[in-house]
Design a binder for this molecule. Structure first.
Ligand SMILES: Nc1ncnc2c1ncn2[C@@H]1O[C@H](COP(=O)(O)OP(=O)(O)O)[C@@H](O)[C@H]1O
Ligand SMILES: [Mg+2]
Length: 276
């Protein structure tokens, strides 16, 4: 019998810290292992949707969350079956996507009862078709879309750049997460897999200020800080521009990043190591 899928959310309450890049990287290396991967884009900017090679989707996460007040609510599990589409060309066929559109931003202020629970039900509806989901979560402290992801997810990864924003985004994310994981909270079983130092400057660009932020993260988050560091490699931008998985990108930098994403994947989902 198939096990329930893993559900990993990439969360920080600041933008530009590498959430979407980490999500795309994890999707790529998990797919290369032959797993059936689901990418879920919850950021109205739709960066992950673009990167996964999808333009103008017919259905999106907006259809999963939106409830027409004039009609009886539809089951998110059924909508998800129609909205879940293969990633674009360039991506392996075992990657599928719940894409996002701009309009999904309206859901942030949507007062529909129970809307935050619809994603959890949607992913449940896809449980037999997917081994692991990766959720790209928008940066908005205390927001509803973040909340819906923290209800659906089983694991959280927090990317943090060695900057003020990186540190703040991680700190605020931890506060939001605790609302859900506290005893009696909406998702007590949710685990923070760790804080990943992200877009870290390379040797000749690495200054004392970066070391100071790194020390500060280690001080504040202790054992939650992953030993693995995601460095700044220009090939990352090539992946975004070309809607290409890092596993298909050429050159030494791509190989290094793949290895790093694999380490983060195994740290988060250690049981996958046996499959590799
Ligand atoms: N390891 C990396 N090396 C170089 N550039 C990176 C790396 N990770 C992310 N970036 C770039 O930094 C910018 C912000 O990353 P992104 O993943 O979009 O962050 P977020 O989703 O948190 O807003 C993007 O242009 C992205 O391509
Ligand atoms: Mg993003």
């Amino acid at each position: 019998m198939a096990e329930d899928p893993d559900i990993v959310a990439e969360v920080s309450e600041k933008g530009g810290v590498g959430k979407t890049s980490l999500t795309a990287g994890l999707i790529a290396v998990a797919a290369e292992m032959g797993l059936r991967v689901g990418g879920v884009d919850l950021d109205p900017r739709s960066t992950l949707t673009d990167e996964l090679g999808i333009t103008d989707p017919v259905l999106s996460v907006n259809d999963i969350y939106y409830v027409d007040p004039e009609k009886p609510p539809r089951d998110p599990a059924l909508i998800a079956r129609d909205a879940f589409v293969p990633a674009g060309k360039g991506w392996p066929s075992n990657v599928r996507v719940l894409p996002c559109i701009r309009k999904f931003g309206n859901r942030e202020t949507d007062a529909t009862t129970g809307m935050e629970f619809r994603l959890k039900r949607a992913l449940w509806g896809l449980r037999e078709e997917v081994d692991v989901f990766f959720l790209d979560v928008p940066p908005r402290a205390g927001g509803k879309l973040v909340g819906s992801a923290l209800i659906a997810a089983k694991k959280v990864l927090i990317p943090a750049t060695l900057t003020d924003d990186g540190h703040d985004g991680a700190t605020e994310a931890m506060t939001s997460i605790e609302h859900y994981t506290n005893p009696g909270g909406l998702n007590e079983g949710l685990k923070v897999s760790g804080v990943v130092r992200s877009i870290v400057p390379r040797e000749n660009e690495y200054r004392q200020i970066h070391q100071d932020w790194s020390d500060r993260l280690v001080e504040d988050f202790g054992d939650l800080i992953l030993p693995t560091i995601i460095r700044n490699y220009a090939i990352r931008e090539v992946c975004r521009t070309g809607s290409m998985p890092i596993t298909a990108a050429p050159g030494r930098e791509a190989k290094l990043l793949q290895e790093v994403y694999r380490e983060v994947l195994f740290h988060t989902l250690p049981h996958l190591k046996e499959k590799s």
